[in-house]
Design a protein around this ligand. Structure first.
Ligand SMILES: [Zn+2]
Length: 412
């Protein structure tokens, strides 16, 4: 701990302002100028200039022109892209995504592959390592060039321990030292978090939720989880388990869920539920393009989405029903949390308005006017990159706020 930074209250205030300024530079849509900063923070121009000079001296911030066409171009500030680099990793139930980003969150290199989370931590983390190594090799970087790595995991994460706690869809992962293992291997700071929370952060920082204070991001894939941004910060809950919307009971007599209960949202609207409803209908003899795919038992949620987009009626009906189930739970979330936007992401969200319209309808019908009237239901702008960009954002927050001598005590 660097005791010096607490010497006088003024230094302390200036340090806090420095962190706030840095984040306004990072996250203000369209960029922020010195004048904007002094107005927003209620600081004098001189105070802002002093903070900016420090940031510029450290090489973290530089001046850039906005991309407005016509008129006088105000000088805005940006994080210096080539000051450093971070990695983001999205480890999903069936999919692994790795990307390398500069300090301005520009993706420099990315790789993805199919995986199976059921293979357990030893196998999956070695796949993470090999995909990360491929990304580094492709760009000529080494781990000594990487300031931090952010990782998203599909279960409740205990952030302080770097583990997951009793995750329903991650057998064998309970209490495995995920962060420790990777930190030792890479000799680099690693930050682990829940994938839906990182999806929320990614969309808040660079996607459909820019400039919003309270948002919910719903990741609809094999599992269903929500990430909540509350007053512009991730809301984790007491034990990192906030937002597990997939395990809200929709119908107590419903199908068995991976968590052991019955009738959870995930058992109605998760990837497996979509696939098994399609299989069941086909066994009953329903006509569908899906019949042409051959083995009934191999039909996946992806197949159903593809067929729905091609106009297959059965598949469209299943996606619409899925949207209605999601809408029931989301209406409850809207009543409880009163967000300005609910962003739908994850693999199933690629079905677009076919899924979103019934969600909008259910939310309009079931939530209270004061909350339901203002909330927008929107598709994730970053698509399959929401979570990985959240992982990048978190790695950048760590790298930018922990770097240098001035911020040892700042807890982001
Ligand atoms: Zn459940």
């Amino acid at each position: 701990m660097d005791g010096n930074i607490w010497v006088t209250p003024n230094t302390h205030v200036k340090l806090l302002n420095k962190h706030v300024v840095l984040d306004l530079i990072r996250f203000t849509p369209g960029g922020v100028s010195r004048v904007d900063l002094s107005r927003q923070l209620g600081l004098t121009r001189a105070a802002v200039t002093s903070i900016i000079n420090d940031l510029v001296d450290e090489g973290l911030v530089r001046e850039a022109e906005t991309r407005y066409s016509g008129g006088r171009r105000p000088i805005v500030l940006e994080v210096a892209p080539d000051k450093g680099y971070v990695l983001g990793v999205d480890l999903g139930a069936t999919h692994l995504y790795v990307c390398l980003s500069d300090y301005s969150a520009n993706i420099i290199q990315e790789r993805e592959m199919e995986i199976d989370i059921n293979e357990g931590p030893i196998v999956c983390l070695s796949l993470v390592d090999s995909l990360v190594q491929q990304v580094l090799e492709a760009t000529g970087f080494e781990f000594s060039d990487i300031a931090a790595v952010g990782i998203g995991l599909p279960g409740p994460v205990i952030i302080e321990k770097g583990t997951v706690s009793m995750p329903p869809i991650m057998p064998g992962w309970n209490n495995f030292p995920i962060r420790e293992t990777l930190q030792q291997k890479w000799e680099c700071p690693v930050l682990v978090n829940n994938d839906a929370e990182l999806g929320a952060l990614g969309e808040w920082a660079y996607g459909a939720g820019r400039g919003e204070k309270n948002l919910a991001y719903i990741k609809v894939g094999t599992g269903i989880g929500a990430g909540l941004i509350f007053e512009s910060k991730i809301y984790h809950g007491t034990t990192g388990s906030a937002g597990e919307i997939g395990h809200i009971t929709i119908n107590e007599n419903g199908p068995k869920c991976s968590c052991g209960n019955s009738g959870c949202l995930e058992a109605f609207a998760g990837g497996k539920a979509i696939a098994s409803r399609a299989q069941e209908e086909l066994r009953k003899g329903r006509r569908s393009q899906l019949v042409g795919l051959g083995d009934l038992y191999q039909i996946s949620a992806k197949d159903v989405i593809k067929a729905a987009k091609r106009g297959d009626l059965l598949s469209q009906q299943i996606i619409t029903e899925t949207g209605s189930y999601l809408g029931i739970a989301i209406a409850g979330l809207v009543n409880l949390f009163n967000p300005s936007i609910v962003i739908i992401g994850g693999g199933i969200s690629s079905s677009g308005d076919l899924l979103l319209d019934p969600i909008r309808e259910a939310v309009a019908n079931r939530s209270l006017y004061a909350a339901g009237n203002v909330v927008r239901i929107s598709a994730a702008l970053l698509g399959k990159r929401s979570t990985v960009m959240g992982a990048v954002t978190q790695a950048l927050s760590y790298a930018l706020h922990k770097s240098g001598k001035w911020n040892q005590n700042y807890i982001y």
